[in-house]
Ligand binder design. Structure first.
Ligand code: ATP
Length: 466
């Protein structure tokens, strides 16, 4: 287990503190949807900024794209999603519970059914008395039927069965990069190898066992397509692959401070590789329900660009500027979901400390991830302390430092509130502040305090970042 609390308790904590709320809660919710509250928005933004910093902006060979959620339906025919992006489902006829058949079979029989037909899966289900995990009793199972995971809508509201006007909500951001490859080549004039990163929403009609926001139907991805010379001309693809693997690890371990013991690397076996992939490595995190995929890294060959060339009739070839030779680049894809990182970060950094007869809850986020870097607390509201604290708070916010303000309850209670928010520093304004312009800074982790001049606060904070 990666921490001492259960996922349920973590979800309650996240809701109580305004990180994550259940989607459509006042209407009884909508399965597998979550909304991010104020602190959740700030934490998510910080995750995205760190990803950008580590995987895009630190590299001179990287650029970004922001493509649409809605694309021509032919994109998904070319990518193979309309045909093969599906899970086999079974329903328990007695309880009407629906499950992914591959999950039931893998968990209860240890058999991997990837690539099997609906009939083959149905046969395995009927030959083995599989339990319904929600009731613990043997299920009365329907046949296994494949369900495509893409959400779809239709522009033609008068004739919604008009296939020509069907639109899918993208199930991944990656395809936008392939579809714009020609424009990117023409406008950016990049030489191979180079990569394109993209952050954006993706949608999948997932049937899930819960697990908080681990597997949701609307989520954000951060994907990179890194274009390289085909291995027929340059055998170095595995070296590039390893470089990206190292960078993904650095982002997780140094950027997000996820610890070694909570991370493991999973190499996909040859049989489990997608038809287009030559090598895939996942980095898994030790969630309270076990090690599960956090990031993916796949060598996708020239599958996507070749498919889009075939389906669009447009050339997506690259011309080597020195030899004049034309070819379709190959691609290495590092990918990760923001929401899953968010969950891993909560699991990793939530802790409960016993202090005498009390328990202190701390969200020990690294400085760069913390929603608020500083919380401004007046010792009291009266005698001008409240006004002085408000002035300091407004000045810090105006200077671009994200901070919070809290004047209700005892200072001790306010410290605890900020420990739970993950705020590294509490800044207390007291009577000395009015006379000598100093404030007290209390550190979240050590609880030690230091007296600092307000004028020197920015430099002091810069020197203390962790
Ligand atoms: P899984 O095996 O967990 O379904 P996947 O291999 O289908 O994931 P990819 O298609 O490689 O996932 O998507 C890239 C990343 O997007 C994943 O590593 C994960 O972090 C994130 N992701 C994928 N599906 C979801 C989802 N339903 N909810 C939240 N994040 C997701």
């Amino acid at each position: 287990m990666s921490n001492i609390v259960s996922l349920d308790e973590l979800a309650k904590f996240a809701r109580r503190k305004g990180f994550i709320y259940q989607g459509s809660e006042i209407y009884g919710g909508l399965a597998n949807t979550w909304d991010y509250g104020n602190k959740g928005v700030l934490l998510k933004e910080n995750i995205k900024n760190l990803w950008r910093q580590y995987l895009v902006q630190s590299r001179v060979d990287m650029i970004e794209l922001d493509s649409g959620i809605l694309m021509n339906q032919r994109v998904w025919e070319a990518s193979g999603h309309t045909e093969t992006f599906a899970d086999a489902m079974v329903d328990d006829k007695k309880t009407k519970h629906r499950f992914r058949a591959d999950h039931l079979i893998e968990e209860q029989l240890g058999i991997d059914v990837e690539g099997m037909s609906g009939e083959e899966i149905t046969k395995i289900m009927s030959e083995n008395k599989l339990l319904n995990p929600k009731t613990g009793k043997e299920g009365d199972w329907t046949e296994a039927r494949y369900m495509n995971l893409m959400f779809e809508t239709n522009r033609d509201k008068i004739n919604p069965s008009n296939e020509e006007t069907r639109i899918y909500l993208r199930p991944e951001t990656a395809q936008g990069i392939f579809v714009q490859f020609k424009n990117i080549l023409n406008t950016e004039r990049k030489k191979l190898p180079f990569g394109v990163g993209q952050i954006g929403k993706a949608f999948r009609n997932e049937i899930t066992p819960g697990n908080f926001n681990f597997r949701i139907v609307e989520f954000e991805q951060m994907e990179i397509e890194y274009f390289i010379t085909p291995p027929s001309k340059d055998k170095q693809w595995n070296k590039v692959f390893e470089e990206w693997l190292d960078l993904q690890k650095k982002f997780l371990k140094v950027g997000l401070a996820l610890t070694d013991e909570n991370l493991q690397q999973k190499e996909h076996s040859k049989e489990k590789l997608s038809h287009y992939s030559k090598r895939t490595v996942d980095l898994e995190y030790n969630f309270p329900f076990g090690f599960s995929e956090l990031t993916g890294l796949a060598y996708r060959t020239d599958f996507d660009l070749s498919q889009h060339m075939k389906f669009s009739g447009e050339s997506l070839e690259y011309m080597d500027p020195t030899t004049g030779e034309k070819f379709i680049p190959h691609v290495i894809e590092p990918t990760v979901g923001v929401d899953r990182l968010f969950l891993a970060i909560l699991c990793q950094h939530y802790r409960e400390e016993k202090i005498e007869n009390d328990t202190r809850i701390v969200l020990g986020l690294p400085y760069k991830l913390a929603p608020f870097k500083v919380a401004v607390l007046p010792l009291m509201k009266k005698d001008g302390l409240g006004e002085k604290a408000q002035e300091i708070f407004a000045n810090l916010r105006a200077r671009g430092l994200m901070c919070d303000y809290d004047e209700s309850g005892s200072v001790g209670k306010r410290y605890r509130r900020q420990d739970e928010n993950g705020t590294p520093w509490c800044l207390t304004v007291d009577y000395d502040t009015l006379s000598d312009g100093t404030i007290t800074l209390r550190h979240r982790d050590t609880m030690e305090q230091e007296r600092v001049k307000i004028d020197e606060l920015s430099e002091w904070l810069d020197a203390k970042k962790f």
